[in-house]
Design a protein around this ligand. Sequence first.
Ligand code: MG
Length: 303
Amino acid sequence: MSSTSSEGRAGLSRASAPLWALVDCNNFYASCERLFRPDLAGKPVVVLSNNDGCIVARSPEAKALGIPMGAPEYQWRAFLQQHGVAVFSSNYALYGDMSARIMTILEQSCPKVEQYSIDEAFVRLDGALATQAAEAVRQLRERVVRWTGISVSVGVARTRTLAKLANHLGKKRADGLAFLGNGAEDFALEGDDAHLLFRTDDVLAHLPVAEVWGIGRRQARTLWAAGITTAAALRDADDQWLRRALTVTGWRTALELRGLPCIAVENAPLPRHTLVSSRSFARPVTELSALREAVACFTGRAA
Ligand SMILES: [Mg+2]
C-alpha cells in the first residue's frame, strides 16, 4: 500500500484553487411542512412516505424522541400520538417547489451549481468566492434561510467527496458550516473562522469506509475483506488494487479523498433517494385510458 496523503501537495495555490460546497437542506420535508405551520416551531414533526407507509423525514425534535428514519407509521402510531408529534402525508409538489426556489437562490449567488437531489446541490466556489469562502458560504446560508425559511448546512472542501463529508460535520454545528482540509491556509480561513476547519486526516481516520460517498454495500464488503475499514485506509490504498477491486469508480473515490477532484456530475454516485411523482386517484379507475394518461403525466414529471 502506498501512503499518499497528498492533499496539500498538488502544487496549486490553495487559496485560489476552486472549492466545492455541498449545500444540503436540514430535515427538508419536515422543514417545508413547518413553513406553513408556525405553530409547530420547536415541536416534533414527521413526514410519511407515499401512501403514508413509513416515516421519511423528521424534525430535530422528532429525532430527539428516538423515532428512526424509515420507521413504519403503524408501528409508531401510538407513540406519535402520545408525544404529540405532528404527522404529515408527503406533499411532493410543495417540496419540488421549495427545492426549485432554493436552487434559484444558489444559482443567483454562484455561477456553477449542480443539483444533486431534491434537497442538495454542489456549488463550485471560484475566484473571490474561493478566496473568501467562509464569508461566501455564510452569506449563501443566510440568504436561503431568509428568503425561504429553510435552513441549510454547508460543507466545503477541495473535492465533492470531501464536501459531502464536510456537510455531515456542518450538520452537527450550530452555524451549519464546516470546512474539511489539512490546514486553515487551504481555505484562507482567518481569525474566528479557523474554528470551521476539521482536519481531513483526523476525520478520515475515524470514519467507517462504508460512510464515504459512493461506497455502497458491495464495495464496503470488498474493502473490509481486504482489511480496509476506514476512509483513511481507502484513501491510502494502492491505485492498481483499487482499480482492480473497485473499478475506476472506487479508484476515483480514493483520489477524491486525497483532495484530487475527479468526480463530475456525469460520473457521480447516484443519490440514494428514489424519485417519486405520484398521486392517488380521487375515485376508483376502471378505464385503461384514464390510467394510461395519469401514468404518462407522472412519468413525465419524474423524468
Ligand atoms: Mg437533506
